[in-house]
Design a protein around this ligand. Structure first.
Ligand code: HEM
Length: 426
């Protein structure tokens, strides 16, 4: 029998036939115990969910006005911007929504890295997250092609062409991806179909992500397991209110960009219609792809019989795929960086390294950027393949508190170890 109580007759009627209210109560309600010490870094999962909903809602309405044909796509987007009621707002929300989605998910991911949320028993939760990230990247890439601007066309051309580096079957794969012998109408059509489909696949993946999360519950800033009811508080109202507050702050920041600087993150040249005969001076992806682009272009030399281009492609995809095996590269039994003095420093070096890669990706592939990119790429992989396994055996972690409630009830500072780290302030 359901343990859900309500005085409302309609809710009782539904609950008896379909126990959906008790399901919600156990998933995100008063019956879901969450660690009592979650910081604001734990807001970013729900924010990612909000970003996804905003993208799907605006995307569906945009699709009602958009025409997926090479002779009309660009004009149909211009029409949305000028003639459709609030079309400019829909498009600016969707355009900047993608950037905000990536900001939120990158913070969410680095939160996981800092607090060791990828470690047992949450490995699969983490791996599903990595698959979500890959699906998001494919969606964003194909969405960017739809307005059929100069950068849409040339980004599509450069990135799809990468597959030609695959030995023997490369050229065939590229022709198959394009649906012809160049980026053209069949390419635009299939990208449109997939761009509409993939967000719903992401919704499915997010449901599995949350399912896996609920198996063991959230990790927490101390990275130690919940030992009993004294370590938890009900998700509702405590974290529902905290999540809503986070969403309010997020929407204010989002609105500021949408209404006051809607083109600040984009490339102006994408307001010029695609022209296969004119190559732009610099082909750069959106900011959230820049670090991968830097990795791709940093391989300027063949290794043995493997051509540089193929190694670049493998490294670019490898930079994300390596996250899938992270739980087995970092063998330290301690989760939170709060108790791992060395790991904490390498975490921040990795953050800086990723920012450097992004900066290199935004610049032309020439000295000195190319060399800086090569060093940053080497460091990125060294972090995962060399530094983490070594730290697992060499580092001496600080003593862990006996329970979550111990430092909380002692006023927060106790047993945390002295830490002057910005990640700890929230
Ligand atoms: C559409 C994108 C995503 C959505 C909507 C989403 C949603 C969520 C939500 C709601 C939570 C619980 C709240 C929280 O811990 O912040 C969560 C936890 C988690 N997510 Fe995601 N997520 C997404 C992408 C990712 C990605 C890309 C990764 C990593 C590669 C990831 C890894 C994790 C991990 C490890 C946890 C557990 C964290 C902990 O308990 O400390 N997620 N996710």
């Amino acid at each position: 029998m359901s343990d859900f109580k309500s005085n409302n007759a309609i809710i009782q009627w539904i609950e008896y036939r379909l126990p959906i209210f008790s399901f919600i109560d156990h998933s995100v309600g008063s019956k879901y115990p969450a660690p009592r010490n979650l910081s604001y870094w734990w807001n970013f999962g729900s924010l990612a969910g909000l970003a996804l909903v905003i993208m799907i809602a605006t995307g569906i309405v945009l699709a009602m006005q958009y025409t997926p044909h090479v002779t009309m796509a660009f004009d149909s987007v211009e029409r949305i911007m000028r003639d459709v009621n609030y079309g400019w707002m829909l498009r600016y929300i969707h355009m900047n929504g993608a950037s905000f989605f990536f900001i939120v998910v990158y913070i969410h991911l680095f939160r996981g890295l800092y607090y060791g949320s990828y470690k047992a028993p949450r490995e699969l939760l983490w791996m599903i997250g990595v698959v979500i990230l890959l699906a998001m990247m494919a969606t964003a890439f194909m969405g960017y092609v739809l307005p059929w601007g100069q950068m849409s066309f040339w980004a599509a051309k450069v990135i799809t062409n990468l597959f030609s580096a695959i030995p023997l079957v490369g050229e065939t794969i590229v022709t198959w991806l394009w649906g012809g012998f160049t980026v053209g109408n069949p390419t635009l059509n299939r990208f449109y179909a997939l761009h509409y489909l993939l967000p719903f696949v992401i919704v499915g993946l997010v449901i599995i992500h949350i399912w896996a999360l609920h198996r063991f519950g959230s990790n927490n800033p101390l990275g130690i397991d919940v030992k009993g009811p004294q370590d938890t508080i009900p998700f509702h109202p405590y974290y529902t209110v905290k999540d809503l507050y986070g969403m309010g702050v997020y929407l204010i920041a989002f609105a500021a960009v949408v209404f006051f600087a809607p083109n600040s993150l984009g490339e102006p040249i994408n307001y010029v219609e695609a022209n296969p005969l004119v190559t732009p001076a610099h082909i750069v992806p959106e900011w959230y792809f820049l670090p991968y682009y830097a990795i791709l272009r940093s391989i300027t030399f063949d290794i043995w019989f493997i051509p540089a281009k193929l190694i670049g492609v493998i490294m670019m995809f490898g930079s994300i795929l390596i996250l899938l095996v992270l739980p087995w590269l970092d063998r330290s039994p301690v989760r939170s960086a709060r108790f791992r003095p060395l790991y904490r420093q390498f975490f921040w070096i990795l953050v800086v390294d990723c920012i450097v890669l992004g900066w290199v990706g935004a610049n032309p592939p020439e000295p000195p950027y190319i060399y800086i990119g090569q060093v940053a790429t080497a460091y990125y992989f060294a972090h995962f393949i060399i530094i983490l396994p070594l730290l697992s055996v060499l580092e001496r972690p600080r003593p862990l508190p006996a329970s979550i409630s111990e430092p909380v009830l002692k006023g927060g500072g106790a047993a945390l170890g002295a830490t002057a780290n910005p990640m700890e302030k929230a």
